[in-house]
Write a protein that binds this ligand. Structure first.
Ligand SMILES: NC(=O)C1=CN([C@@H]2O[C@H](COP(=O)(O)OP(=O)(O)OC[C@H]3O[C@@H](n4cnc5c(N)ncnc54)[C@H](O)[C@@H]3O)[C@@H](O)[C@H]2O)[C@@H](O)CC1
Ligand SMILES: Nc1ncnc2c1ncn2[C@@H]1O[C@H](COP(=O)(O)OP(=O)(O)OP(=O)(O)O)[C@@H](O)[C@H]1O
Ligand SMILES: [Mg+2]
Length: 345
């Protein structure tokens, strides 16, 4: 992932500002367009495949095949070079048939397909399979359409521990949030972890971690406390505004998207955040201005992903109105990024 700002040359005066305030202040809107412009790598002719990012989605089971597809295809449409899906056998053929662009690994197993005696060997085979690939990924997304089968979730816990050891940024969404809410140690203190809870997932997280109910009056303080309690991880609380914190700063993206709340928009978001977080991480590791080293790339990834989804949702709604569905929104990811950050020739 080499690169730098695609659309502006780096200079101290254009350094990344997220307009974030300390926990006790009001929540300021992030300068999300500037973030997108700054971290998106240029389309350089000298690049080879893989340098714009390799993403993996861990999810997809008997019930859900849409969610992992939406997350993985969104990663590609935002600009990643390769997008993998690790799912159960039943889900794999279905996901492959949605798109030939995705690399699909049918390796996860649910309890119904594994006898008690086989569990240990199947579990270690699954980990070995995923581990073979892990170091190639710039970011993984755990949870879209994962389901809640206990054996499957145990195997995914092992995958998360492995990703953490390998320093791979990890976006946790959907059923991945169900998993970590009951096993906080999986993400505790992982500065490369991003949680993207929706209203119900956030409620369960607050109840579990802070032992209280969601408090709308003190939304930013509560979110900050939650991030701190889980050891400084990044959380994006989705809603009318997407509020983002890493326990030190808090900011929000509230650009209006669409009034349609069709399922799957969170999946587009998690795939997009994965790409932007890996671009931001690379940008900050390679840029020469030390002031930007203190910016959290996971927060930048959330800000950029949120803005892009919202812009795409807005275009899709303009065209399709009440019939807007997730696939319509995915169609506009390219235009939305192009408007902010033209690809050039
Ligand atoms: N096409 C697909 O395959 C999709 C699959 N999805 C997957 O579906 C799985 C479950 O995610 P969901 O977000 O649907 O989660 P849930 O199954 O927990 O929630 C589904 C809906 O039920 C209602 N609900 C949940 N908890 C409630 C509560 N405490 N009180 C009142 N109403 C409540 C809400 O309307 C909520 O949106 C995840 O793996 C997710 O990734 C979703 O991403 C949507 C699209
Ligand atoms: N009331 C709202 N007004 C405007 N945008 C919203 C609103 N609620 C959610 N969104 C946007 O939709 C995106 C997805 O959030 P949502 O809460 O629908 O996620 P989700 O329930 O996880 O979705 P999924 O169905 O993919 O699991 C968020 O980025 C957020 O920007
Ligand atoms: Mg969701």
């Amino acid at each position: 992932l080499p690169g730098n700002a695609a659309c502006s040359s780096p200079s101290p005066s254009t350094s990344i500002r997220v307009n974030a305030m300390s926990a006790s202040g009001p929540v300021y809107e992030a300068d999300a367009e500037a973030v997108v412009r700054r971290i998106t790598p240029p389309l350089d002719r000298a690049r080879h495949k893989g340098q714009a990012g390799k993403i993996a989605v861990i999810g997809g089971c008997r019930e859900y095949t849409g969610a992992p597809y939406f997350a993985a295809i969104s990663a590609l449409k935002v600009g990643a070079d390769l997008s993998h899906v690790f799912c159960t056998r039943d889900a794999a053929t279905v996901i492959k048939s949605y798109s030939p662009e995705l690399i699909v690994h049918p390796i996860l197993e649910e309890s119904y397909s594994v006898s008690d005696g086989e569990r240990e060997s199947v579990s270690s085979r699954i980990l070995t399979e995923v581990a073979k690939w892990m170091e190639r990924f710039d970011c993984i997304v755990v949870g879209p359409g994962l389901g809640r089968d206990s054996f499957l979730l145990d195997c995914v816990s092992n995958i998360m521990r492995h990703a953490r050891q390998a320093n791979i940024p990890t976006v946790v969404d959907g059923d991945g949030l169900f998993l970590i809410t009951n096993n906080l140690s999986l993400v505790e203190g992982n500065l490369l972890a991003i949680l993207t809870p929706n209203v119900y997932e956030y409620k369960r997280l607050v109840q579990k971690v802070l032992n209280c109910e969601v408090n709308e009056e003190n939304a930013s303080e509560q979110l900050t406390a939650l991030c701190q309690k889980i050891g400084g991880i990044t959380i994006m609380r989705k809603g009318k505004a997407d509020i983002i914190s890493d326990g030190k700063t808090v900011t929000q993206v509230s650009t209006f998207g669409s009034p349609r709340r069709c399922g799957g928009q969170g999946d587009i978001l998690s795939g997009s955040v994965a790409v932007f977080a890996s671009w931001a991480r690379h940008f900050l590791l390679t840029n020469e201005y030390p002031t930007e080293k203190s910016v959290n790339p996971m927060m930048l990834g959330c800000i950029a992903g949120s803005l892009l989804l919202r812009k795409a949702a807005s275009h899709a709604f303009e065209k399709n109105k009440r019939s807007t569905v997730t696939t319509d929104i995915i169609e506009f990811l390219g235009k939305s990024l192009e408007d902010i950050c033209p690809a050039g020739h």
